[in-house]
Every structure is written in C-alpha cells, then in structure tokens.
Design a binder for this molecule. Structure first.
Ligand SMILES: Nc1ncnc2c1ncn2[C@@H]1O[C@H](COP(=O)(O)OP(=O)(O)OP(=O)(O)O)[C@@H](O)[C@H]1O
Length: 231
C-alpha cells in the first residue's frame, strides 16, 4: 500500500483466458485527476472495468480509501464511493432527459441538477425530450451529468468527450475541476487533449496492456504525448 486514495495494484486481466491488461499499477491521491491515454485497443477500458468491478482481475488488487474492493460488484463499489461511467452511453432512451436525471434521486427532484443545466443549456432545453432522440454528443453529456451527480469521492470515467463539441468539453472540465476542489479524485480514460490539458494532474500512457509512461502533466508536452498516441 503506497497511500493513494484509489490504488490499482499489479492488476492483470481481460476476457476469458485472454490477458489484455498486464501488471498495471496506478495510485491516485485524494483530489487528484489522472488521465489514462493510449492508442485504440491498448487496454484502457479493460483496465477501467477491472478496477471498478465490471471484470474480475486474474491477479492484483484494488483499494479504495484503504479498503480492499477487488472483485466487489459495481453496485457495492458505488455505495463505498466509487462511480464508474462506461464508454458506452448510459442513458435510458425511453425516459426523458429529466427522468434520466431524477432517477438518481429518491425524491425525484431536479433542483440539484440546475448547475448542470446552466453548464449545458442544450440538456436544459431538452428536459422533456426522450433521451433516445438526443444526438450522440448530447447523450454523452447526459451520461456524464448522471455520473458526476452521484457525487462520489472517486470517479472512473471512460472517454466522456467522445462526440462532444469543444465548448461543452470545456464545461465538462470546469465541472470536474469544481468536484476536484471539493476533494474528489478522477481516473479519466481520454483521447481528447482539450480535456486532458485542463484537468490532468498526472498522465498515464498505456501500450500493449502495460503502463508505458506515468508523469506529472506539467512535465509532459504535447509532442511527447502525441508520440505515444500516433502509430
Ligand atoms: N468484451 C470483449 N471481449 C473480448 N475482447 C475484448 C472485449 N472488449 C475489448 N476486447 C479486446 O481487448 C483489447 C483492449 O480493448 P480496450 O477496449 O480495453 O482498449 P482501449 O484502449 O480502451 O481502446 P479504445 O481507445 O479503442 O476504446 C482489444 O483488443 C479489444 O478487442
């Protein structure tokens, strides 16, 4: 145990007997944002799933606030303060935008979502619209707001900006930074350097299922990052 708030320790795993992630360790402190980058197919999403209980690791351990959570179900992890937002948009198409959000609250009130509606007027305008009719980028925003509004101390978010336009990516960054200020920690799988530049304290780059590079964001320039992302 190295003292991080969220500790991924020597995790290996994948699908069936196929090993995709090999011996990956990442330690995230309270209030730290770590961005996980890498080319397509190197195992970033698989690592996120292994860390959050959607896949059972072949070996290694995961700890949250000093508590071992390896192999716990995602629903158990949520009660312990770990939110996982998968890459696939998690919205219910046959519920309205408002219903998708109010589902998160036992009293069904929408008041607490007002800051998110102010940040994303498109969502506000579409409150009464079925989520199934939203564009891909709008669904990603809705999914992001659902995840962030869980208010967990640790959030693992997989490619939140896919299909989201620039100004909304900037607002996503601002909302994340506000939660970071309040003490939340993030592991963000991301290819969009607009978001990475704004939120990352540390950058971890994966290649072939392993950590190829881990450094403070301030120590890396764009060229070094891009060298790892281009084939
Ligand atoms: N459900 C699955 N069953 C079997 N193999 C899978 C499954 N999901 C992903 N893989 C394989 O695992 C490897 C890593 O995929 P993963 O989605 O973790 O990569 P990634 O780095 O997140 O890529 P991307 O940036 O394209 O999302 C790929 O070879 C992929 O084909």
């Amino acid at each position: 145990m190295t003292g991080g708030y969220f500790e991924i320790q020597n995790i290996s795993g994948g699908y069936g007997s196929g090993r995709v992630v090999r011996d990956v360790s990442i330690s995230i402190a309270r209030g730290e944002v770590v961005c996980l980058l890498g080319r397509n197919g190197v195992g970033k999403s698989t690592l996120a799933k292994l860390a959050c209980g959607f896949l059972r690791p072949m070996s290694g351990a995961v700890q949250l606030a000093g508590v071992e959570i390896t192999g716990k179900r995602p629903s158990e992890n949520l009660t312990l303060g770990l939110t996982y937002c998968p890459q696939e948009r998690v919205v219910f198409d046959d519920l309205t935008v408002a219903e998708n959000l109010s589902l998160m609250r036992t009293d069904r009130r929408l008041d607490e979502f007002e800051p998110y509606f102010r940040a994303f007027p498109r969502l506000s305008e579409r409150r009464g619209q079925y989520a199934g009719t939203l564009s891909g980028g709008e669904k990603k925003l809705l999914s992001f707001v659902r995840g962030l509004s869980e208010g967990s101390a640790m959030m693992v978010i997989d490619e939140p900006t896919e299909g989201v336009q620039f100004e909304n990516v900037v607002r996503m960054a601002e909302l994340m930074l506000a939660q970071k200020e309040a003490g939340a920690s993030f592991l963000v799988v991301e290819q969009n350097l607009t978001l990475v530049d704004r939120v990352a304290d540390r950058i971890v780059i994966m290649d072939h299922g392993e950590v190829a590079l881990s450094a403070a964001a301030s120590e890396l320039d764009r060229q070094q990052i891009l060298a790892h992302l281009t084939v």
